[in-house]
Design a protein around this ligand. Sequence first.
Ligand SMILES: Cc1ncc(COP(=O)(O)O)c(C=O)c1O
Length: 492
Amino acid sequence: MRNEELLFEKSSAGRKAYSLPDLDVPAEKIEKLIPKELLRENLDLPELSEVDVIRHFTRLSQKNFGVDTGFYPLGSCTMKYNPKVNEEVAKLEGFTDIHPYQPAEEVQGILELLYNFEQYLCAVLGYDAFTFQPAAGAHGELTALLMIKAYHDDNLKLKSQNSKVRNKIIIPDSAHGTNPASVTMVGYEAVVVKSNGRGNIDIDALRKAAGEDTAGLMLTNPNTLGLFDEHIVEIAEIIHKAGGLLYYDGANANAILGYCRPADLGFDVAHFNLHKTFATPHGGGGPGSGPVGVNKKLEPFLPIPRVVKQGANFKLQTKNFKKSIGRVHSFHGNINVIVKAYAYLRSLGAKGLKEVSENAVLNANYVMNRLKEYYYLPYDRICQHEFVISAKWQKEKYGVKALDIAKRLLDYGFHPPTIYFPLIVEEAMMIEPTETESKETLDEFCDAMIKIAKECETDPEKVKNAPHTTPVRRLDETKAARELNLRWQPGA
Ligand SMILES: Cc1ncc(COP(=O)(O)O)c(C=O)c1O
């Protein structure tokens, strides 16, 4: 495969990829407008023809793997197809050519959209209000924890001086890594509770952990094992009885839409990743959005400004929210992402949303059942939108690891699943097919996984040295993460 040179390396003096009309602003005028010290004679930019540039970027795009080119079962990430109509809607001038500093009367359209989207999300997920400011799931977690803290601080003011400060957040050992990180960022302490043999939270351990210093519990349900915690009602009772609040990490809500509302399960606050469940692009195609929903207990603490409706008009209100935690984002969040998610929700409607969850769960259970004969399945029960299998057998018998199987999948044209997460399953492979895949695609993927399981027996070295057909082979992932350097420097 050809080695793609950098544009700087391809550059040839005098080539250009543009044709502009002659400058019709007098030179003296430019000098007046732009101070001399800010003007440059030369810019060290590559010089190329238009066709050079087009071919370079087209070739690079062909080396990329995206959900538009193939099956992408990256567990916990919900790499579902992003319908193109959402992009068209977000490109409408009425959304792109406005500015957050414009007076409310000039931007009624977007304010109405934000207001309506809030109402829809409240209906689907059971909350009383939402903020759209958080720019990602982890940012939503931080926002929610700040509100939980503000709530407890507010309560403490009303109580006796001897009341205990609530400074601990309970999280299960299957939690996403951002959960303990967010807990630490707000100055709380994370208390980890183990999961039991069925993949649920261990209720006895939870009872022991909950107490008068508990600020709350963070839970993903279905959890990162793809399993719905069967004791959620009891869990909510334990935490509420201890005086804590329940936080729902709903980054990935693909299994519950139209079937179960986190607020009804007892979760006081929750975040949802629009860039997962609500089909907006993520990964390199971001940015994201992690709206946070709250019940009445936490509504006074929501970030400001909030969109309110007065008569037939919409406005942004900052006053009358004295307990608000303030702003967590400039302006109102990643508005363009919200518009795409709104378009997605409106195009599906209530029936379509239910079908999303039905098919996401059906697809995951189909793939799990086809693969469980070939890979170790630690929790053999009905899964939700994803499931976790393990390369434990392959490692013990042939020395082949989950990483090797993931790399070998690339040779078969599939993006690998998430590996080594959740941490409680050794050699974990977390598979999330999503609802947008056909049975044919799922079967092709299962056939490839089964073939690889057989290769582990017959030719383990082939799997250990995979991939064989990709533009680059095994990269030094640790170096890439720890010594990230994306800046080109001449002669470096
Ligand atoms: C369960 C869970 N929680 C939280 C997050 C964090 O979301 P983000 O990556 O948008 O910060 C993720 C993302 O992978 C997740 O899967």
